[in-house]
Design a protein around this ligand. Sequence first.
Ligand code: 13P
Length: 256
Amino acid sequence: MRKPFIAGNWKMNTTLSEARELTQDLVEHMASVELCDLAVCVPFVYLFAVGEIVKGTKIVLGAQNLHWEEKGAFTGEVSAAMLKDFGTDLVIIGHSERRHIMGESDEMIGKKLRRALDAGLRPILCLGELLEEREAGTTEEVLRRQLEEDFKNIKGEDMASVTIAYEPVWAIGTGRTATPGQAAEAHEFIRHLLAGMYNSAIAQDTRIQYGGSVKPENAYDLFKEEEIDGFLVGGASLSAEDFSKIVEEALRARDL
Ligand code: 13P
């Protein structure tokens, strides 16, 4: 069975003191959680402070982006080696806000994925369709393109370190969650694609998180779907109480 994996994505939020307080609260709330992997993906500038607090706890430290080159003249960018230096274990790659606001292409995302893996970082690769793509019936086409292009240079043996997050863009920060059925259908399709790109064992073992307006109120129903292995939580991860309720509800849905 794939172990549940729930990660928070703070995006560009919190001050340093809020980041510290939120992390302390999370550590306290999560102390007794055993059967779920947990992570927080925080802004670069808070990696050090948050890393100090989560050290030795079950909460894994993650970043939200990296550059694909090893080092050099890339003003304002952060390398994989720098992230490793801060004790970062995970990195979100290809978030829809980076694809659609910052203009990242599948080619860039593919290079970032390769760099992260080469540096020993575990990527959470995000993909998902826009509202107009869903309405036009092209969701599967979009997921196929993203997956095939992003994973072009990723081998089967790399996949044990990779998590995929299905995040339909229309559900992010909108309060409009995908129905459990819609999410499960997309996850199943992603798994079907992975089986073709790699093999069925890899498709079965790869963890696929759902992200998009996950809250304590919908976590149970979503997690009832076997295809959903975890969540990537945005807004609700800024409250330790909400985040821990999401974890609780998810584990309750699986009788864990
Ligand atoms: P929300 O949970 O705020 O909708 O954000 C989801 C997300 O983008 C996580 O990466």
